[in-house]
Ligand binder design. Structure first.
Ligand code: SAM
Length: 286
């Protein structure tokens, strides 16, 4: 059995040339010959079938709540949306939400037609219109679109890997970071899947490795408008109450539950902060 199938996709983090996409598609074909769950591939192949950040339905609804707190009919933009995995989830709540993506090859090499909701645009040269909220899900290290984004909105939500943050932080551009939460790193989820189902390492070794989880995905909510900040805080507080009893989830979330990436799971083993919990919202008051 091939056990390195999922790893090739890492090459795509920095370069998404058409050859790399073809290689990843070949790896995916191989993976599917041995795959034991349809929910594994979105973590093994985030660029092709998932997202570079791990999310649950509650994250999508949090963004929807933030957008609705600002406007009844929010204008929502996803910058660098890839083929639109997360954007499509958002569009279930905000049907007019759109994305921009600079790499048209994504669609050609997948053999799919580009949906109208995604425009092929290089945001480096500016974003044309204004939006109530702009979302940036895991921008590549070295790509800095902060000026272009800050020029077109008062509210930004970003996700970024711990330790790779600079170009995703908007504090220096007149924005206030008003809330944050943590979700697992997709690489940790993928490692767990590979170690349990596609390699022969023992359970004890797996458990020891579990404690080495370190990088996480950070979600930051920024605003530069005091009234909007206040409305967003209230909306998130309300969401938190509703989430506690919510059974609203995507099928692929079973993978997260199985591997100890639960809602409000403690991060005490991860060397972060023993009082820190996955998906717990931390409010930052100024
Ligand atoms: C790491 S991927 C993340 C894709 C998706 N947001 C996700 O999390 O799965 C970053 C994406 O941003 C796109 N991108 C990079 N620079 C861009 C720019 N200047 N304008 C628009 N999109 C850009 C890349 O082509 C790539 O699809």
């Amino acid at each position: 059995m091939q056990i390195t199938v999922g790893c090739k996709v890492c090459e795509l983090k920095v370069t998404t040339r058409i050859d790399d996409i073809k290689k990843a598609l070949d790896s995916l074909k191989q993976f599917r010959k041995h795959s034991i769950s349809p929910y594994h591939e979105r973590y093994a192949f985030p660029f092709l079938l998932g997202s570079y950040f791990v999310y649950r339905k509650i994250d999508v609804i949090r963004l929807f709540s933030i957008a609705k707190a600002i406007s009844d009919n929010p204008r929502y933009l996803d910058v660098g949306c890839g083929y639109g995995d997360f954007l499509n989830k958002i569009r279930e709540f905000i049907p007019d939400a759109i994305g921009i993506e600079k790499n048209a090859e994504i669609f050609y090499s997948f053999g799919i037609s580009k949906p109208d909701s995604i425009k092929i645009v290089d945001a480096t040269w500016g974003i044309e219109e204004k939006y109530d909220i702009i979302f940036v899900g895991w921008m590549e290290p070295g790509v800095d679109l902060r000026d272009a984004i800050a020029a077109k909105t008062d509210v930004i939500v970003t996700t970024l890997d711990q330790g790779l943050s600079l170009a995703a932080e908007f504090d220096g551009l007149g924005f206030e970071r008003i809330a944050r939460w943590i979700t697992p790193s997709w690489e940790d989820v993928n490692t767990e899947i590979m170690n349990k189902y596609y390699t022969r390492i023992s359970n004890e070794t797996r458990k020891a490795l579990y404690r080495l989880r370190s990088a996480h995905n950070l979600w930051y909510v920024y605003s530069r408008h005091p009234d909007k900040s206040k409305a967003i805080r209230l909306a998130l507080l309300q969401r938190e109450k509703e989430e506690k009893n919510s059974k609203d989830r995507y099928d692929f979330e079973t993978v997260l539950d199985e591997f100890g990436f639960g809602y409000l799971e403690s991060l005490k083993y991860c060397g972060i902060n023993k009082h820190h919990y996955l998906w717990k919202i931390i409010y930052l008051e100024t």
